[in-house]
Design a protein around this ligand. Structure first.
Ligand SMILES: C[S@@+](CC[C@H](N)C(=O)[O-])C[C@H]1O[C@@H](n2cnc3c(N)ncnc32)[C@H](O)[C@@H]1O
Length: 273
């Protein structure tokens, strides 16, 4: 396990994922019944952007650094207000925890010993958060369905393995088989298009219903050695996802992309309800 999220905290991909995550959490909180969140690949939970290792890569400058600079676009105001409240820069567990209500629960899985220890310390006395040092993919079987019967599952793997897209497609099938009513959000990198076409085809062949992919790319995805963009595959998207997320993607693209490099956004319906 070489990947350490602290090097990449607050970069454009984090901003895209977290802006949509905040939207999804707000959508879960529209109904009064308690909900459960499973964060299968949780990371360290928080990164100090003024310290190592974030200062070494400076990736955040082209991400949250640009978004937080001037007046936020309306579509991103909610996400940026949550970040401002928590400090730069919160990882998914910190964002999720901030948006839980009394009675809601979060379970985080993290395999890296140091990142797991950071999470453990952060949530040591929090009765609403469970921290597990276990394989997040295996947790889809172990922790689903939750007793609450309402929930959001974030799957955010590091994409270190060549077959991660296939693993992710299989994980979505496993998770949705156990928890068909759950909202699932799975992050994926856009380097070039070929692996994503395969990922989408696998999902469509699996017969899963109600799948939407939200995508942002900063330049045409032609160079497979670069992270040109990213996507979030959402199963069972909450009401108004397809109306409210495109303006968020456009605002992210407007602030984060260089001009005339083939940048763009998309909301792709892969399977009907
Ligand atoms: C992309 S980072 C997560 C970032 C985090 N979700 C966020 O948004 O702030 C992926 C994390 O997954 C961890 N990891 C890798 N393989 C894992 C596995 N099989 N189960 C659980 N965690 C894993 C890595 O150590 C890394 O911290």
């Amino acid at each position: 396990m070489n990947y350490r999220h602290a090097f990449h905290a607050g970069n454009f991909a984090d901003c895209m994922k977290h802006a949509l995550l905040v939207w999804l959490l707000d959508a879960m909180a529209r109904k009064p019944r308690p909900f459960f969140v499973l964060d299968t690949h949780a990371g360290p939970g928080f990164a100090d952007l003024d310290a190592e290792p974030a200062t070494r890569t400076q990736e955040w400058r082209a991400g949250i650094g640009r978004l937080a600079r001037d007046m936020p676009p309306d579509a991103l105001a909610r996400y940026l207000s949550v970040v401002a409240r928590l400090g730069r820069y919160p990882g998914s567990p910190a964002l999720i925890r901030a948006l839980l209500r009394p009675g809601d629960r979060l379970a985080c899985c993290e395999l890296h010993p140091e990142d797991h220890a950071l999470l453990r310390r952060r949530f040591a006395v929090d009765p609403q958060v469970g921290v597990h040092r276990r394989d997040g993919y295996a947790a889809l079987k172990a922790l689903l369905p939750p007793p609450e019967r309402r929930g959001l599952v974030l799957i955010d793997p590091p994409f270190e393995d060549a077959d991660e897209f296939a693993t992710l497609a299989a994980a979505l099938q496993t998770g949705l088989a156990r928890f068909p009513a759950g909202v699932f959000a799975a992050w994926y990198p856009i380097k070039h298009r070929a692996p994503i076409r395969g990922f989408f085809a696998a999902l469509q062949e699996s017969g899963l219903r109600d799948l939407v992919a939200a995508e942002l790319w900063l330049r045409a995805p032609l160079d497979p050695t670069r992270l040109n963009g990213c996507g979030l595959l959402v199963a069972n998207p909450p009401w108004r996802f397809t109306e409210e997320v495109p303006p968020m993607l456009d605002a992210l693209c407007d602030r984060l992309a260089e001009r005339n490099m083939g940048e763009g956004t998309a909301l792709i319906r892969l399977a009907d309800e």
